[in-house]
Structure formats: C-alpha cells, structure tokens
Ligand binder design. Sequence first.
Ligand code: ATP
Ligand code: MG
Length: 138
Amino acid sequence: MKERTLSIIKPDGVRKGLIGEVIRRFEKEGLKIVAMKMVRLDKEEAEGFYAVHRGKPFFESLTTFMSSGPIVVMVLEGEKAIERNRQIMGATDPQQAEEGTIRRMYADNIQENIVHGSDAPETATFEISYFFSSLEIV
Ligand code: ATP
Ligand code: MG
C-alpha cells in the first residue's frame, strides 16, 4: 500500500553537511519526495512537534536540540514508506543501529541522530500536517 511519511534532517544532519547524502539515499531506495522545505523551529514549535514525549527525561534537551538550527522537512511517498524509512534510518541509538543505516553511519549519539521518521500512519498524518498544507504536497 502506498503511503506517506514525514522525514526530518535534524540540526546535526544539516550542520554536518548531510542533506545531500540523506536525500540521495531516499531517492536511491525508491522513496519519492513529494514535499520539502528548510525551516528553523523555535523551542515551542519543537515542543509541539514532539508533544508525545512531553514528561520524558530527554524532552527538554531534545526540544532544545531540535530548535538549535535549521532542519530539512520532507514528505516521502511509496510502498510501505513509513517502515522503509525507519529501516533506512536505523535504530534510535546509533550504537544499536544496523550497519549501513543512516544513524549507524553518521549519528553521534541517541539524541543527535541525524534523522526523524514517523512511526505509524496516525503519527505520519499529524506530523505531515504540522509542517505542510495540502497545497504544498505535490
Ligand atoms: P524519531 O521520532 O526522531 O524518528 P525514534 O522514533 O527512533 O526517533 P523516539 O523514541 O520517538 O525515537 O524518540 C524521539 C527522539 O528523541 C529520538 O530520535 C532522539 O533524538 C531522542 N531520544 C530518544 N530517546 C532518547 C534518550 N534516551 N536520550 C536522549 N534522547 C533521546
Ligand atoms: Mg519517534
């Protein structure tokens, strides 16, 4: 089933000059980019995006990190896009991530892990609408 997912190149990915690498990987794996922009979240906007994690010990530092610099947000489309994107990213903790995944290859630690990807259809719908109007998705 064709579906859509939200991908973010986090501030560390942008700082490390990995925008091209990440996009190239998605295109190579057959995930189609149907919307894309660069934005900088303020702290409140980062808190709104990661609202499901409010109350967790890492919430404060995560939202500070996510608002620390520009990010690239994209909507990816394809068969099983949600699951495939998460396979390409690898586990949250780069030390647990499989060889060849983006996080294993490039991430410094469990927080600064280069990319975000939606984890289910419902979260994908919420996350896509957090950044894009229907007119911005081609
Ligand atoms: P994402 O939602 O960013 O795609 P994920 O689904 O693999 O990542 P989540 O459990 O949803 O992981 O956590 C969201 C983000 O919060 C992680 O990507 C990471 O940046 C940060 N994070 C998660 N767990 C920790 C932790 N134990 N310590 C610090 N940061 C964490
Ligand atoms: Mg998540």
